[in-house]
Ligand binder design. Structure first.
Ligand SMILES: [Mg+2]
Length: 269
């Protein structure tokens, strides 16, 4: 495990499991599918400072799939925005971390949970930065099922037309949404043609492979065509969890104490 990002991702999977409360439905599957994407963004890409979370020169990251708040809080812990006690208060009475992402937490830009809102808000940030000649970049992580929301397509249409080249969308392509396979609910293939026809750059990536993510972001850095960027990152629901990996039921799965302990032993660093 030479890549330091792999070490962080491994630690993150363990810390997330520590914060999970047995008997509760924490959207485990869709939190574990974005571990590498968040690790790459927070430790390789985003211009952010845990000591100064509201620095005006910072990049903006929005987790539009706010139900994976557990993953967002954990990467903020790994990066030093919040402490361990705060992380372990996740979804507890008296704690400050609600299940869905909340912007009262340092480092969380926008409260999310109602799907289809993150990208329209990101379009507002990106437009404002370009209007002010500022160099901040804006990143949004969305679920694949979330692409069914009409508000996203208004935002995609607007961003393409207005050439918001400081905006990047990453899709967590785990193939499932709350009630079924994404392709059984609405099959959006070929998504690349739809996105390109709206005036965006489109890229495929392996959402669990740091080299693959790095290659795509290098391409984006070199791309000067002034279009917004859309990355479809193929992922696996419940990645890294025996018994849950790649399974639909990982979405809402509630763990009992014994299973949690077994998984903690498995994930132990
Ligand atoms: Mg999904």
């Amino acid at each position: 495990m030479n890549n330091p990002l792999k070490v962080i991702a491994k630690k993150m999977r363990f810390d997330m499991m520590k914060a999970i409360r047995p008997g509760q439905s924490h959207h485990i599957g869709c939190s574990y599918s974005i571990v590498e994407i968040l690790t790459f963004l927070y430790f390789k890409l985003l211009k952010i400072d845990p000591k100064n979370p509201s620095n005006h020169d910072r990049d903006i990251f929005i987790l539009s799939k706010g139900h994976a708040g557990l993953a967002l809080y954990t990467i903020l812990f790994e990066k030093g925005f919040i402490n361990k006690d705060t992380l372990l208060s996740y979804d507890q009475d008296g704690g400050i971390l609600p299940e869905h992402a909340s912007n009262v937490i340092p480092g969380v830009e926008v409260s999310t949970g109602s799907l289809g809102h993150g990208l329209p808000i990101a379009v507002g940030f990106a437009t404002s930065f370009l209007n002010d000649d500022k160099h901040n970049n804006v990143y949004v992580l969305m679920s694949d099922g979330e692409l069914n929301e009409g508000s996203n397509w208004e935002a995609i249409m607007y961003a393409g037309f207005h050439k918001l080249h400081n905006l990047t969308v990453v899709i967590d392509g785990n193939g499932f949404q709350g009630y079924s396979d994404t392709e059984k609910v609405i099959d959006l293939s070929p998504i690349s043609r739809k996105i390109e026809n709206f005036g965006w750059n489109y890229y495929d990536a392996d959402g669990h492979d740091f080299d693959s993510l790095d290659k795509v972001f290098q391409k984006i850095k070199k791309n000067k065509n002034k279009k917004p960027h859309f990355i479809f990152a193929k992922t696996t629901k419940g990645k890294g969890l025996p018994g849950l990996e790649g399974k639909f039921e990982a979405h809402y799965k509630s763990l009992d104490e014994e299973t949690k302990q077994k998984l903690l032993n498995f994930l132990k660093i």
